[in-house]
Design a protein around this ligand. Structure first.
Ligand SMILES: NC(=O)c1ccc[n+]([C@@H]2O[C@H](COP(=O)([O-])OP(=O)(O)OC[C@H]3O[C@@H](n4cnc5c(N)ncnc54)[C@H](OP(=O)(O)O)[C@@H]3O)[C@@H](O)[C@H]2O)c1
Length: 333
């Protein structure tokens, strides 16, 4: 067995992370103990939350400590096992850290059934982003037939699934995304009812045009000015599922003020933040539904697979915060 390439946090970035914030080093491959297995990752997931995980301060999980292996999801194969439920060669996905080899007790891992979807989809549409879209829209957004759903970062890993699940549930889906290509994709390929290019169009004007009956569910991935625009078009008793605020993650200035707070009152909105882990005990149910929709051709997964190995991790991660990715961003090892 060769060395283990590992990404460790070296320092906390003030804004966008860079190569200087990480030590990317070779270390001995760890040995699995009793009840553990050793996996080798083929794909590492890049997730917007990674910027939050290396920030100091209180969050929904403790920050990655300086010197620790960067937190992250990956998918690969078991290469050695002392675990009763895993055998050498099994495909697995889970929270194994940003490294080539990882030892796991199976706690934060799932068996990746590659007959349902390719291995990399198990950190995408059938992984954390898929579960986020599923629970965020169905539980937090409480979507129902005939609703109008608006989602931001709509061509991305989570947003693209939110719009498609909205359609499956008989709702109208309007996506907000950056650029004509992403907007055409969500309408022409994914079946959204409309798209707004926030970089080229007036979001509020377009919402008025595309949502004549106003918005019942807003799935928030971005925050900032987009949130202000959408709040102004919410329907009575609308739901706002606050999933992410990516426009704020690298900000050095305070975010724009919430100018449409009054809409929460007069429309009696239910604005609720959530973290995908809140629903972890129901993951099996969600995976069954997501896999079935995917196999029926009703739920498409788009992967944005980048090369360059773990040394490319900091640069590839930053694509998420500049809109440089198009689909679920993963690093191929
Ligand atoms: N609550 C949870 O448990 C949970 C779990 C997973 C993800 N999330 C959140 O869900 C959101 C989407 O994550 P993802 O993995 O699906 O990423 P993604 O959408 O595949 O990629 C991020 C996208 O965000 C958009 N973006 C970046 N900076 C922006 C800005 N300043 N203004 C507007 N748009 C911006 C870009 O798309 P454009 O090119 O369209 O601008 C970029 O491609 C993130 O906020 C993430 O933190 C939350």
């Amino acid at each position: 067995m060769t060395e283990n390439r590992v990404v460790r946090l070296k320092s906390r970035p003030a804004t966008m992370a860079s190569r200087e914030n990480f030590d990317i080093v070779d270390e001995p491959v760890p040995e699995p103990g009793e009840g553990e297995f050793l996996m080798r990752a083929d794909y590492v997931s890049l997730d917007p939350a990674m910027r939050g995980w290396i920030a100091p301060g209180r969050s929904y999980v403790p920050p990655v400590e300086i010197g620790a292996v960067m937190r992250g999801f990956s998918a690969g194969h078991v290469v050695k096992s002392n675990h009763p439920d895993y055998r050498e060669g099994d495909a697995v996905a889970g929270l194994f850290g940003v490294q080539r080899y990882a030892v796991s007790d199976g706690e934060r891992a799932v068996r990746a059934d590659t007959s349902l979807a390719p291995l990399e989809a198990w950190i995408g549409g059938l992984g954390m982003p898929g579960l986020t879209a599923y629970f965020g829209l169905l539980e937090v957004g409480a979507v129902k037939e005939g609703d109008t759903v608006v989602v931001s970062a709509a061509s991305g890993a989570v947003g693209s699934l939110v719009g498609q699940i909205a359609k499956i549930k008989g709702a109208r889906a309007i996506g907000i995304a950056g650029g004509g290509e992403k907007c055409r994709y969500i309408v022409d390929e994914l079946g959204f009812d409309g798209a707004i290019d926030y970089k080229a169009q007036d979001v509020s004007e377009e919402l008025k045009r595309l949502c004549p009956d106003r918005i019942d569910v807003y799935f928030e991935n971005v925050g900032g000015d987009i949130m202000n625009a959408v709040l102004g078009h919410m329907n009575t008793f609308g739901r706002v599922a606050v999933c992410g605020l990516i426009a704020h993650y690298n900000a050095t200035e305070p975010p724009p003020r919430l100018t449409n707070l009054r809409s929460i009152l007069v429309n009696r909105l239910n604005v609720r933040g959530f973290i995908v882990f809140d629903f972890a005990e129901r993951n099996a149910e969600a995976l069954t539904a997501l896999a079935a929709w995917h196999s029926e051709g009703r739920l498409k997964f788009r992967q944005d697979v980048r090369e360059g190995g773990l040394d490319a991790f900091p640069d590839v991660l930053n694509l998420l915060y500049t809109g440089g990715n198009f689909g679920k961003l993963v690093l191929k090892l």
